[in-house]
Design a protein around this ligand. Structure first.
Ligand SMILES: *Cc1c(COP(=O)(O)O)cnc(C)c1O
Length: 415
């Protein structure tokens, strides 16, 4: 299947630098969390301008521990977006809290007006997601949090390198009331910076960072080593029920080298995204992804929108047509209420997010990664244009049997 894939959806940018650093980690004799993880935490802290960072095994672990360390649990409600990966909602359920869906705005990000009407006396936190790397309207979200005394945990899985209001996502140097409690990055294989699997929490709250670190290692308190130093390095105390969510030095070795390339990689993503946007901007069958020039988009994803009323095929067929031309596309995301497991929960019902359900049948993610060649980018452009040319919906033809009436989830949000 892969030989016919001229343009895969993603390929990681791993060079000799990462390979050499992993080799050095392996030869060092220290494999688990150690000096390289410590360095990676410091490097990311400097890059995102955070007071504290804690490296973890995934962003999922970071979301879970942020909620747990903020004592969010049973009886609490947490407002989040329907247009996200299941991890955002799963972690809220895992701490015993109730996820509540608000709707998305035109940009695909959490709509603060929709959040406002979901706030109840039980609401404890908001979890916005910077979809595709485009920052959310954080000023409005922080203002709601201030008014209602809510915590804010940013799911920044797509957003390392994004900037909002002149500061990196993850910065803890903003003024009071203009920052989140916790900002969670993902270093999963396809993300803008990868360690294979991995994640990191950035926070300005030292106590929160310490508690997240302790919870990531079984709830072990290492400061006991110092207090009882006469007992030697073997001594530790389990202070609360924790998890095993640490990042290894082998993974951090990859991250240290990836971070050095991150600006260059985001530069390529930005260039390729603008090639796409220039190619598609004046086609009435397509709508290019929203951007906000006051922010810096990290272009983790290029989410193209189809104007389905101008096309004779649906999104699923559009993706099949790309595939026939050797191009692999994807969809980000299947809205939360459309998954059978979440559909059973009333606070995750479809009626809470009509905008997300309207957007869903129109979206597809085109290949966008720094290891792409410009030729591959141009092949995607010409293929998309060719598919549109061949599948325009003619306004004069009756639609008795439109090819576009597909199956299943694709149409859940229509009619
Ligand atoms: C990838 C992703 C996650 C989960 O990241 P992991 O590091 O794989 O746990 C969470 N939220 C969003 C929006 C993601 O895209």
């Amino acid at each position: 299947m892969d030989d016919e894939c001229k343009v895969p959806f993603h390929r990681p940018s791993i060079g000799e630098e990462e390979i050499r650093e992993v080799e050095a980690a392996l030869r060092s004799g220290w494999l688990t969390t150690g000096p390289r993880t410590h360095q990676f935490e410091e490097d990311v802290a400097r890059y995102v301008d955070a007071a504290r960072t804690v490296a973890l095994s995934s962003a999922t672990a970071g979301l879970h521990l942020s909620l747990a360390a903020l004592d969010i649990g049973s009886g609490d409600e947490v407002i989040t977006t329907p247009l996200t990966f299941c991890s955002t909602v799963n972690t809220i359920l895992q701490v015993g809290a109730t996820p509540v869906l608000a709707d998305v705005a035109y940009d695909g990000n959490l709509d603060p007006r929709s959040v406002a009407v979901r706030i109840t006396p039980r609401t404890k936190a908001i979890v916005p997601v910077h979809l595709a790397g485009l920052p959310c309207d954080m000023a409005s979200i922080w203002e709601l949090a201030r008014q209602h005394k809510l915590r804010v945990i940013e799911d920044a899985a797509h957003a390392i390198g994004s900037r909002y209001d002149g500061h990196p996502i993850g910065s803890s140097r903003r003024g009071d009331g203009r920052r989140s409690d916790s900002v969670v990055f993902s270093f999963y294989a396809t993300k803008n910076l990868t360690t294979g699997e991995g994640g990191m929490v950035a926070t300005g709250d030292e106590e929160l960072a310490d508690r997240i670190r302790s919870l990531s290692l079984h709830g072990i308190d290492r400061s006991a080593w110092n207090r009882y130093s006469s007992r030697g390095n073997w001594y530790y105390e389990v202070r609360e029920l924790g998890f095993k969510y640490n990042l290894t030095d082998i993974q951090s070795a990859i991250g240290i080298q990836q971070l050095k390339k991150l600006e260059r990689m985001i530069g390529l993503r930005t260039t390729y995204a603008s090639v796409y946007t220039q190619a598609f901007a004046d086609m009435e069958e397509l709508e290019v992804p929203p951007n906000d020039h006051r922010s810096r988009h990290a272009w983790h994803l290029y989410i193209l929108r189809l104007n389905l009323d101008k096309l004779a095929i649906d999104r699923s067929q559009f993706i099949d047509e790309l595939r026939r031309r050797g191009i692999c596309a994807s969809v980000h995301f299947i809205p939360i209420p459309l998954h059978p497991y979440f559909a059973t929960q009333t606070t995750l019902a479809s009626y809470s997010c009509p905008e997300a359900l309207r957007l869903y049948p129109r979206i597809l993610s085109l290949p966008l990664f720094p290891a792409m060649t410009l030729d591959q980018v141009l092949l995607v452009c010409s293929s998309v244009k060719d598919i549109v040319q061949r599948n325009k919906r003619s306004t004069s033809v009756a639609l008795s049997s439109p090819a576009g009436l597909g199956q299943g989830l694709d149409h859940a949000g229509r009619n």
